[in-house]
Design a protein around this ligand. Structure first.
Ligand SMILES: Cc1cc2nc3c(=O)[nH]c(=O)nc-3n(C[C@H](O)[C@H](O)[C@H](O)COP(=O)(O)O)c2cc1C
Ligand code: SF4
Length: 593
């Protein structure tokens, strides 16, 4: 297959850094603005904000400490975050730039010019290595580009004067399917819903067999029906564009190039469930899309596809606002997302009650993935038969995959459900494949003897991430990276996940360092089972998946690293004494354990 790179390219550099000043007064937006202007959130700003927004100081402080994009101590005027994802990250490049600029990873240089740290996957897995600088994305990094970046920073050259092509984000659509190829006329789905009537259209969405594309696969028709029937003062529609699962970037493409269908899906949902308000919760890493998305919203308002008396319907009023997150993977979980919308830390709620009866502000709320809502808009236009004529028995329609890693042509591929893994590998030019992580770190790790398995809720369910690891890849390092990801992203609310993900990470670190024993592997297996069973939400319940899958399918990875003793402590006492040896200028045998 021929790569077609330049297809739909967007630059995320905005001429005036403040021109994308976030337009509603949400706490996270105000904190983003302050962070951008002052490079940290000072105490006085917290007090002022508390007074202005009528929020407790403690709530604002808790939010600042919770979200990765906010800092109480000053970050550099150039604030750089390198993705640490196995697909769009490269930690050797981070170290390279740190060396060039004489700054330690995670720290701010003494002159306040620059800070460099790492961040969880930034959604650029088809065009990495990538970084964020003052919230803007630079992709396709090379050492040569990093040399130039270092020069610009040393010269304090404003970002607007950096080469504009560095900030380009490509769509990289490699295979169009049901959603990506069908042209979408703004308003066509809404007209069909109005013509057909709310109840009948709801039945069509149900008949289509559409299931949630965010991973869990709940029936969309049923979700909308439950919400429509729920009693409340108001109903809400929320589009989940948090897209934080490492390896996933298909929502990025839908929002940049197919935003009308996403917003139309939200508006149709509003019409069917009786909501007047919708929110798009967009991950902060995609903040650069804001002008594009706002332009689409304005266009829809001007075309009477949003606002009051939509398409001349007396009682049909609906509008959409955008809320920008602040770098927390857990906010993709729907109840955390709602907490975050309510200006709090994104800690998952106890469920039930589910959002359909008690969601945003305690009111009935539908939360759907970007792709689900785009699919719903197409179903409204083309009908349920058009949709469920594709796919498999329990998995109607298509799925957009974000393919990254060791293949010739990474990018977005849309397939009817039921496609085999081998077919996908052939299409994207992947050979000598050692393993695939289907649906991101929270999904399933499979090896070559499973490549005839099929994508779909009956077999391999997926939210869209498809990470390919070739024969030369150090798979244990990948698993270690995933363990670090979960330990970092655990919200800390429940003990099994907070402590368990850290212990799993430490155990893997020890094994990867070559200090592990069979005892550590057995302990890790026991801990993984406990974290899975006892955690409060989906993050903890899936965090051990990569370790358990790797232990089952690739035990040799672990065995090859084990030392021969039965037990080796986690804590290396001899290494800890190194500083004392240096201070006393001793390195003789007696100074070692
Ligand atoms: C830790 C965690 C992260 C999640 N991240 C996302 C996400 O980024 N996008 C998404 O649509 N769903 C995500 N989900 C699933 C949502 O909780 C929810 O099921 C989904 O938004 C419902 O939409 P759907 O029915 O259209 O799939 C996540 C779940 C968990 C547990
Ligand atoms: S499982 Fe993890 S992420 Fe979920 S509530 Fe518990 S600590 Fe938070």
């Amino acid at each position: 297959m021929k790569p077609h790179h330049g297809l739909n390219t967007h630059t995320n550099l905005i001429s005036n850094e403040n021109s994308d000043h976030l337009y509603n007064n949400h706490l996270l937006h105000r904190l983003h603005d302050i962070q951008q202007q002052l490079h940290h959130i000072p105490k006085q700003s917290i007090t002022d904000l508390a007074e202005e927004l009528k929020l407790p100081v403690s709530q604002i402080e808790a939010a600042i400490d919770f979200y990765a994009f906010f800092h109480r101590s000053a970050r550099g005027r150039f604030d750089i975050m390198f993705s640490n994802c196995t697909s769009c990250g490269d930690m050797t490049m981070m170290q390279y730039l740190c060396d060039q600029l004489s700054v330690m990873p995670g720290e701010t240089r003494a002159d306040g010019a620059v800070s460099i740290s790492d961040a969880s996957c930034i959604g650029m897995c088809d065009q990495g290595p990538a970084l964020l600088i003052n919230g803007r994305t630079i992709t396709q990094l090379s050492n040569q580009r990093l040399d130039l970046i270092a020069e610009y920073i040393q010269d304090s050259t404003p970002l607007e004067q950096w080469p504009v092509e560095w900030f380009e984000v490509h769509d990289n659509v490699r295979k169009n399917g049901l959603l990506l190829s069908a042209p979408f006329e703004p308003g066509s789905g809404l007209l069909a819903a109005i013509k057909q009537g709310a109840e009948s259209m709801l039945a069509s969405i149900d008949d289509s067999g559409l299931r949630g594309r965010g991973g869990a696969g709940f029936s969309t028709g049923m979700k909308w029906k439950f919400c429509r029937e729920a009693v409340g003062d108001a109903h809400y529609v929320v589009c989940n564009a948090d897209e934080g699962e490492p390896g996933t970037f298909k929502d990025r493409i839908l929002l940049t190039s197919h935003a009308h269908s996403v917003f139309e899906g939200m508006t149709i949902c509003g019409y069917l469930i009786g909501a007047q308000k919708g929110y798009l919760y967009l991950r902060a890493e995609y903040r650069y899309m804001l002008p594009v998305l706002q332009a689409v919203l304005t266009n829809r308002q001007e075309s009477n596809l949003l606002g009051t008396k939509i398409l001349a319907q007396q009682d049909f009023n609906f509008d959409i606002e955008i809320i920008i997150g602040a770098g927390a993977y857990i906010c993709g979980e729907e109840s955390s997302l709602i907490e975050s919308m309510e200006q709090k830390r994104g800690v998952p709620r106890v469920r039930p009650p589910f959002p359909v009866t008690c969601g945003y502000l305690g009111q009935p709320t539908v939360v759907n993935n970007v792709e689900t809502l785009a699919a719903a808009a197409h179903i409204a236009v083309h009908g349920s038969d058009w949709f469920n004529a594709h796919g498999s028995d329990k998995s109607a329609g298509s799925k957009i995959l974000s393919i990254s890693g060791d293949c010739l042509n990474p990018g977005a591929y849309e397939y009817a459900f039921g496609v085999s893994i081998q077919q996908i590998l052939d299409d994207c030019g992947a050979e000598d494949v050692q393993a695939i992580q289907v649906s991101g770190p929270s999904g399933t790790l499979i090896g070559p003897d499973e490549f005839e398995r099929k994508l779909g809720f009956e077999d391999l369910a997926t939210g869209g991430s498809f990470m390919i690891f070739g024969k030369d890849c150090d798979l244990l390092k990948v698993i270690q990276n995933f363990a670090h990801f979960f330990a970092h992203e655990s919200c800390g609310f429940c003990t099994p996940c907070r402590v368990g993900t850290t212990l799993l990470r430490n155990g893997l670190d020890k094994i990867c360092k070559g200090c592990g024993t069979q005892y550590d592997v057995d302990e890790m297996r026991r801990m993984a089972a406990l974290v899975k069973r006892r955690s409060h939400c989906g993050l903890g319940q899936t965090a051990p998946n990569p370790i358990l899958d790797a232990l089952e399918r690739f035990p040799e990875l672990f065995n090859a690293k084990l030392v021969h003793s039965d037990y080796e402590p986690h804590f290396d006492l001899d290494a800890a004494l190194e500083e004392a040896r240096q201070l006393t200028k001793r390195d003789d045998a007696e100074a070692h354990l």
